[in-house]
Design a protein around this ligand. Sequence first.
Ligand code: ATP
Ligand code: MG
Length: 513
Amino acid sequence: MEDAEEEPAMVVRGPQDTTALVGDRVLLKATYAGKPEPTVRWTRAGRVLKNDERTSITSGDGVSCLLLQNITADDSGKYDICVENSCGADCTYASVSVEGPPDPPSGSPCISPESPTSVRVTWSSSPYDGGRCVDGYVLEYCLVGSGVWAAACRQCHSLSHSVRGLTPGGRYAFRVRAVNALGASRPSAESQVVQMQEEDDESSLFEPRIVHIEPGLEFVTRYEVLEELGKGRFGVVHKVIEKRSGQKFAAKFVRCRTAKDRDKVQDEIDIMNMLRHQKLLQLAAAFENPREMVMVMEYISGGELFERVVADDFTLTEKDCILFMRQICEGVAYMHRQQVVHLDLKPENIMCHTRMSHEIKIIDFGLSQKIDPNKPIRVLFGTPEFIPPEIISYEPIGVQSDMWSIGVICYVLLSGLSPFMGDNDSETFANITRAYYDFEDEAFNTVSQDARDFISALLVKRKEERLSAEQCLKHVWLDPENHHQTVVLSTDKLKKFIIRRKWQANHQVRQVA
Ligand code: ATP
Ligand code: MG
């Protein structure tokens, strides 16, 4: 035992350097040798450690343990242990490094408004990264008064982010969390409250998106269902509010009993995913339940076009009709460029964006189809008064089929009369097949020749000879600059037309349901 003799009288060995996560326990264990039994002292940064809630020290029989519980980032550092008795003393140490989520970003985020529905949020980095590098930030927002914080972006990789889809007129606050491999920090201080600008209407606006069907339970958690907006053959449409943003949407609930019903809705979703145009209703989300599918669409606050133009506070002139028909042609021209045919163009499916503006939106793509020029399609559906001759005779349809319906809509808008309407459907179909109509009614006395020419170029039996939507846009009648008359059109007949259509719609719904 020669070695032992060279060793000092007191020896302490032991504790290992340790890495731990916030909240963990750390045990530093040292062994010592020496008689008589020495006093053991653990210190950190010159301060003697004592037993307390989080710290316990036990020593005896040549072993001393320091147990640190529920550790925090502040517990990182060097831990010294010294043993001492009358014969001598010895010291050693170990390092503890504590890793955890980062500290919150310093200061509060800065907000700069970009539009009535978007702001740019900018923030600072965290003073301490938690021992692991920060790899992103979570940006959260709160609609003031709701008390709910939701993520606007879960993986921001820079120190600024543009938040879209906010509600015009809404008041919002923002905060940020820094994230590393071990988790997210506590939130930063909140930004100042920002008041979004008002938009001049309440129709919803949002970024175009590709919609995938989500589980129906999601719909219930994300939206609150409000009043009914309308009914169609296939669905009921309700106004809904997205709880997170307070934004309004329209949700169409479609009963699906069979797989075929579901496929039809899926087709409608696929078509809407293809159509990105201001004049065409946009889809925001879709959900499926065992017996029903829900399509969440942008909310259109202006109501159906025809109802708007017969309202007491609206005076309808031919120039208004030009402005409306032009927009219908713009939307339809876009669809046709994508090789999509609407196949259900009728007054109920043309809506006003807001009560105040002249802007329209085409809705309801439930019958729309993508056309393959090499594959003739025949269909057996539509709304009697608006369907073209080729559907009645079960001949191939094409994008030109929509142009016929546009001719009918235009005829009705200007006169309040339905050009092919017979006493029953078979009479109506016979009139359509013969392309039999005229402008004899006195309602046309005040309608310009250009308007009649426009209609005549659409209500043509052979679909190949009808004006295309693109050609319509170049037609002399659709150039509002060419039209200077301000004769007010009587809407008495149009009112009767609407009442009759409503009655028929209710009747049809009952038949199907
Ligand atoms: P259809 O019988 O015409 O095929 P449908 O069952 O496919 O009808 P839609 O035409 O899409 O249903 O909607 C029915 C009615 O609901 C519309 O005529 C309109 O009044 C209202 N509506 C539809 N979409 C919206 C919307 N996005 N915003 C406001 N109201 C809407
Ligand atoms: Mg409809």
